[in-house]
Design a protein around this ligand. Sequence first.
Ligand code: PEP
Ligand code: MG
Length: 594
Amino acid sequence: MLLPPPFVPAETVFRGIGVGSSVVMGSAYVPEALTAERRRLPDVPSAEREVDRFLAAKGRLEEDFLAARDGLPEGLDAADREIFDIYLSVLREPGFRKRVQDLILDRRLNTEAAVSDALAYYRVRIASRLDPRSEYLVDRADDIDQLLDSFTAVLTGRERFPKGGFSERTVVVVRNLTPVELTALPRQHLGGIVTENGSPTSHTALLAQALEIPAVMGVAGIVSHAASGQRVILDAAEGHVILDPDRDARGFYEIRSASLATRQREIVRMAHLPAVTLDGAAVEVCGNLQLVDEIPAIMSYGGDGVGLYRTEMAYLSRITLPPEEELFGSYRRVIEAAAPRPVTIRTLDLGADKIPLSLGTTFSAENQALGLRAIRFCLKHREVFRVQLRAILRASVHGNLRIMIPMVSNMEEVEEARAMLAETAAELAAEGLPSREGIPVGIMVEVPAAVFLAAELAARCDFFSIGTNDLIQYSIALDRTNPDVADLYQPLHPSILRMIKTVLDTGRRTGTPVSICGGMAADPVSASLLIGMGARALSLPYFNIPRIKRLVRVSFLSDLRKLAADALRAATAAEAGSAVRSWLKSKHSDLLAA
Ligand code: PEP
Ligand code: MG
């Protein structure tokens, strides 16, 4: 891929994170910056009038959020609407109203300052409870900033975007864009968006993806270089933005735009071919799903189903626990969209770096990765678990569902989880609510204790899925979120390869299907070894599915077996990876570069 193009000076290419896979050429629209004035009020009567001003703005915003949520196009689901519910829950929280009123009346702050200070409290709450290095959590802090922007717009009465719409294909270039603003933008002439803030998992990005609006996010400093009316090229596939492109650059991007569209069609067309090696071994390649919105992408990228549905993600960004009805709706939508293909729904893996605001005080701060995580949390907080199990069981009649329990380290956890499932199914039956009988129940094998207990666990499990991310963390004794030990995170560490081999062999001996859903399944080097060691089911992020399916289609299983046998004899990660890397480089270098 030709990037950056040789005729575009490097300094005029702005870089960020792309959302989407197309190129947009249009003119920039840079809205006026919203700045909130900070003032002290002179006396009590003016503070009392200010409280009325605050309440009026709050009421207007509630109406706007409700209208924006309900005005989203058909086909988007609860998760897309969730950000509006988060905003509404903050606005309606008695504590928020009281905090702002106190700041106005006691400290004599104007509304802009009082709201800003009150929202800072939520930002601190997010930052202190959750690991700020995690993208998911940083995004929630961004959401709070966006709520402040919405307040400022209402209080100052300034609209950031023309009500009447854009006159030509427009790329909005802005420091921050709230989901509400995104949904309110006139879409018929909207080419794309460029933001300084945000990340690919922010709600604005998720909405842009769901609404198929190309975007580049996290582009530092672009707003001060851009002006409304200026020509702009947005390359969402590469995350590049070019201001004032010359004629050559425009010509280049016209060609690139056409070839990207062709490539995208080709990837999607080829992705639907089955993954079978040249000597006839079939490998199931499923997608990992965090958000309900990813299900169409998993299907269109050729996923054979969902091998890992990380259900805890829906709990993280909210102030209250999601109700059963909402969970049921999300699970049902995923299961129906995948059917007849299977969906492996993982029960809550809360804890460690995934602690929701609603349960922040439940977890002690020390050593969270070794603490109350996943099934350990669920068995201690059965009311939370029961709500999820009810939603899962109710959704089970809508397709092909399997249930997977994370972080199992002993037999008792499997027995207790199974007992709770049976009790919950009986409770639903007594209420006249059906659930499917004989749903396969399996576990994640992701701690060494489960590896060495695999034969016994197999007697009570219908399948295993190896979580290599945690298996590496818990085996090599390194916190997977700690950058100080990032260099020691070695997927091809001989101990890891040998543990995976043990589980695959135990699975074969006991007739227990074994899938692999950690990061190793998405990388062509480690995936080659996994298949060579005997894995016949992998689950990975949707955008890697076509590449891994292609790896299978261009390989002989006999070659992969030999490479795996050599890697299993190695004493270091470097040694274990060297033969497979040279094989890929010499025979299938496109797979390494893609
Ligand atoms: C894993 O541990 O490999 C896994 C797939 O689960 P998660 O990344 O969600 O912990
Ligand atoms: Mg895990």
